[in-house]
Design a protein. Structure first.
Length: 280
């Protein structure tokens, strides 16, 4: 049985390295996620794992723990209304705002197995006529190296494909593969995958016109939500758009963000009325 001391140690380690807030009431989740990795690591129990980590912060062990605790649930065009609003309002607004530079930068943060950035790439490809000759960059990131390896392979099972993709889009953008369905090279090369820990800011990322950080903040406590969103705000252009999960509300975190015309959409506050351009 997992001791309270070992439980508290592992909860603190997961929080420190990933921001995920488990709490003592989530002991069942911790045990359920960590038990499968014990045998490959040559360990007999979670207590032994905690002891090994106490003695030495072996990075391979730490990575194994964090990998096991990250959630990779996603689907193509998850919450269809979000992508409808992107297509109908946000992308046209950004097209007007960036007409002179003809450059658009998008970031799908905590991208899991890549369905979200792939959905965005499909959407932009379908609207290519509105962005002729533009330099469009899609950066996708996750903390999990395992997830990113899957993203880069860009192969999805029939079950994954059927969750959110229309038959027309499947035929247009995917080809049959012995392991499922492979994303077309045309789209795959438009997405750049990077390992990024949202607890740390990286100024070399620059700023983005559109950032998707959906259904991520729900795993964090309030101080971590504030820390992560403050970093995200620094990476967001002053006239850009941030998309959160429909139940995630940053209004109590003291950031200069206001509603962007649809649930989950936010923009930096501006002294003029142009900040609500996408809702017009």
């Amino acid at each position: 049985m997992l001791s309270q001391a070992d439980l508290d140690f592992l909860i603190a380690l997961v929080h420190e390295r990933s921001g995920i807030n488990l709490g003592r009431d989530k002991a069942y989740l911790l045990e359920g996620r960590l038990t499968p990795i014990l045998r490959p690591l040559g360990l007999s129990g979670i207590g032994e794992l905690a002891g090994a980590l106490r003695r030495s912060r072996n990075e391979a062990l730490v990575r194994a723990v964090i990998e096991s605790m990250t959630t990779h649930e996603s689907s193509f065009f998850r919450d269809a209304g979000v992508f409808e609003h992107l297509a109908a309002r946000v992308l046209p607004a950004l097209g007007r705002q960036r007409r002179s530079s003809r450059r658009l930068r998008c970031w799908s943060a905590a991208c899991a197995f890549g369905q979200e950035p792939t959905s965005l790439a499909i959407l932009l490809a379908e609207q290519a006529a509105d962005f002729p000759g533009w330099a469009i960059e899609i950066v996708a990131s996750d903390l999990s190296g395992v997830a990113l390896d899957r993203c880069r392979r860009a192969v999805y099972s029939s079950f994954e494909i059927e969750r959110g993709l229309s038959e027309e889009r499947r035929r247009r953008w995917f080809q049959p593969d012995d392991k499922g369905w492979r994303l077309s090279a045309e789209l795959a090369r438009k997405i750049q995958y990077n390992k990024i820990n949202l607890l740390n800011d990286d100024p070399t990322l620059g700023t983005f016109d559109l950032i998707l950080l959906r259904n991520v903040l729900i795993y964090f406590d309030r101080p971590t939500r504030q820390r992560v969103l403050s970093m995200i705000r620094r990476r967001l252009a002053d006239d850009g758009f941030l998309v959160l999960g429909s139940t995630e509300d940053p209004s109590d975190l003291g950031l200069d963000l206001e509603s962007g015309g649809w649930r989950g959409f936010y923009q930096p506050m501006a002294p003029t009325s142009c900040s609500m351009v996408a809702s017009l």
